[in-house]
Design a protein around this ligand. Structure first.
Ligand code: P53
Length: 483
């Protein structure tokens, strides 16, 4: 091993999950209904033809709601942490289900049973010397806030959010250092698609010609809420590290034609302005100009802009799964539609769900962000969704997953060791199999640990170590030297 390839000694190797995808217990101990609780299961074939998870107006008696079950982590976490401790993880990223703490979102007093659940879970992690990393909101806002207030299109949401943020920061801030505010806040860039609009911002039932405006408006209130969270966190405890969470899918030009390159650059500026605002405290000029041109009449005040400028994040958390390519649309404002303007990259293979596999993109992403934002980074998701086969002897031979991680970790090491980009840690998705966010399937598996449950919730629920388990274990043990 060449010494220059060594990772920092305190590097946080971990895994990442989200509450609604694994806890189950959707109506236990006072929990309220979240947006994830009204999403039926989708299916890969339908997803590929543009189908999405159907959202119901209420919880229907016989609906297949996979997030109601998750993998029952609410009850199994002590055993699961034992297995994850055996894997050797130093960090565990999960989220707090907002609806366990504030079932409807607009109460003034929190639900003590929900708070107690995360107390116990955090303490269990700490017993295993696992550093908790918490996302405050990961696609699971109270459904009541959607139905009664219209989600984040409403400025009132900032107050409901801060009430929630203050309760959890005060309660867990003595034990949890790393926090992120809104998961993949920039997924709503695909505002033509109703799924991210609901997942990110609780936007539902809007005229389609209002979608773009509502997305930018909701995002603005979220950015203000996020900055106020950073302010509050530092008042509570100066040691707390608050991050944003950006879904980083590099957008490459399809060719070397200058128009394609300009288009791709704007697609990047657009997709990552949420990171720009979080990290630099400023909206880019081109975006304000674009809002004006489109007459979007976004409500933002001088006070909002001062808050955003004064409280940038401490670090940039990001997920990395794939890259995209784009061709010039001919539009002088460089308007870009994530649904329509993506093409295939002839140099890359795809997963069974059509996600392009691009390890080089990790190094590209880190360099792109570092040179603009100058904030330490944290890879809080990276992984390969695949159909796994449980063998009769309890083994799972997932060499494709090992190959994916090996290549991505190599690229990450180059960014850290050669390019000298500060990186706090690496938490691959999802450690243990959980419900897919986009499709609601169990069949789209990401774990090092197999969970015997299918898309309908049938199965023993037993846990099995995949081949990738032993592989990742030695990666952690060797601090990334043995791949
Ligand atoms: P699933 C879209 C594109 C990239 C990442 O995704 C995404 C999404 C939204 O679904 O989500 C993140 O399960 C997300 C996780 C999610 C994971 O990636 O759709 O933060 O909640 O499970 C993988 O295959």
């Amino acid at each position: 091993m060449r010494t220059e390839y060594q990772m920092p000694d305190d590097f946080l190797w971990g895994v990442a999950v989200a509450a609604h995808q694994l806890e189950g217990a959707w109506d236990i101990d006072g929990k309220g209904v979240s947006i994830a609780d009204v999403m039926l299961a989708g299916e890969n074939k339908k997803i590929q033809t543009g189908g999405r998870r159907v959202v119901t107006d209420d919880v229907l008696p016989n609906g297949n709601y996979p997030n109601h079950r998750g993998i029952d982590f609410y009850h199994t976490y002590p055993k699961d942490f034992k297995l994850l401790a055996e894997l050797g993880i130093k960090a565990f990223r999960t989220s707090i289900a907002w609806t366990r703490i504030f079932p409807n979102g607009d109460e003034s007093e929190p639900n003590e049973a929900g708070l107690k659940f995360y107390d116990d879970m955090i303490d269990d992690m700490l017993r295993h010397e696992i550093e908790p990393v918490l996302t405050m909101s990961h696609f699971e806002m109270p459904y009541h806030l959607v139905k009664t207030y219209g989600g984040w299109r409403n400025r009132k949401l900032i107050d409901f959010w801060l009430n929630f943020a203050e309760v959890v920061l005060r309660r867990y801030g003595d034990r949890v250092t790393y926090w992120m505010t809104f998961n993949e806040i920039n997924n709503q860039m695909a505002w033509q698609d109703s799924h991210p609009m609901l997942q990110n911002s609780g936007l539902k039932d809007y005229p389609s010609d209002q979608a773009e405006r509502l997305m930018y408006q909701a995002s603005h209130y979220e950015l203000v809420a996020s900055a106020l969270t950073t302010k509050l966190a530092h008042e509570i405890n100066t040691e707390l590290q608050i991050g944003c969470m950006i879904a980083f899918n590099p957008v490459y030009p399809a060719t070397s034609k200058p128009e394609d390159i300009m288009m791709a650059e704007r697609a990047m500026q657009n997709r990552y302005y949420w990171g720009e605002v979080h990290a630099t405290g400023k909206y880019p000029n081109w975006l304000l100009s674009y809002w004006q041109h489109k007459d979007l009449a976004i409500d933002y005040t001088d006070e909002d802009l001062t808050i955003i400028a004064e409280y940038p994040v401490d670090f940039v958390g990001f997920s990395y799964y794939m890259s995209w390519t784009v061709t010039d649309t001919g539009d002088e404002w460089l308007f870009y539609d994530e649904e329509k303007n993506h093409g295939d990259n002839p140099y890359l293979q795809k997963s069974d769900w059509g996600w392009q596999i691009d390890p080089v993109g990790v190094r590209y992403a880190m360099n792109w962000m570092w040179d603009r934002w100058h904030k330490p980074m944290f890879i809080v998701e990276n992984g390969f969704g695949a159909y796994d086969q449980l063998q009769t002897d309890g083994s799972v031979h997932d060499d494709y997953r090992i190959a994916y991680f090996r290549d991505h970790i190599k690229a990450m090491k180059k960014a850290v060791v050669l390019d000298k980009i500060p990186l706090i840690g690496y938490c691959p998705w999802s450690g243990i199999d959980i419900v897919s966010a986009s499709t609601g399937e169990m069949a789209k598996r990401y774990g090092f640990i197999y969970v015997d449950l299918d898309d309908l919730g049938h199965g023993t629920g037993m846990r099995y170590r995949k081949d990738s388990f032993a592989w990742y274990q030695q990666v952690i043990q060797s601090n990334g030297a043995v791949l």
